[in-house]
Design a protein around this ligand. Sequence first.
Ligand SMILES: [Zn+2]
Length: 240
Amino acid sequence: MKARHLLAAAAAVEFAHLAPAAVRLPALRRTVARRTAGSGAAPGHVALTFDDGPDPRSTPFVRDALDEHGARATLFLLGAMLERAPALGRELVTRGHEVAVHGWHHRQQWYPAPARDLRELRRATGAVTDLCGARPLWYRPPYGVLTAGPALAARRLGLRSVLWTAWGRDWTAEATGASVFATARPGLTGGATLLLHDSDCTSAPGSWRATLAALPLIAAHCRAHGLTLGPLRDHAVGPN
Ligand SMILES: [Zn+2]
């Protein structure tokens, strides 16, 4: 457990220091950056996205909460997690959710190795396709750091890279339903892409409970403001 705590803490620290990569792109590439960030063209639509699952300890709670609020989402799956819970991955699809690719392991590669990037992403994409029974359209890199190797590999595999425009900072040990909602709220506008997590495998242990507690607040807010929560496929994000 100690190693796990250390890992989670390291991931949280790392994540905390990294803004979405699109923010750092030059102005000339602003349109591409906007698309990569997840800005959609569908008015009144907020893309609801979850990373790091499927996790048998937490994803079923999130899945049931989404059913309760009539919301559909895009779940960025890790191949290593999906391999251990294939039935859960498939069930997400049968319940109307969209599955996408977050990589095989949750790690940021610090040195370029295009062949390795393509191999790992191909393996993860194949697992999502075969085990969930749906071909993924989207790729989101771990920690939101999109480097050239994985970006090119994603394109080669027919995946669009997408980050997010809003988050709830739901990966921290201090997160609560109220804090996740308060953090996400200013970004909940038409065309937004909201990042949440349905697993704590790279976050503070149990942090998914804060995510779960935030979902009714987020759903009620969106309903009151005429916003529809849905998957990225309904978001009309342009090509990148
Ligand atoms: Zn992640």
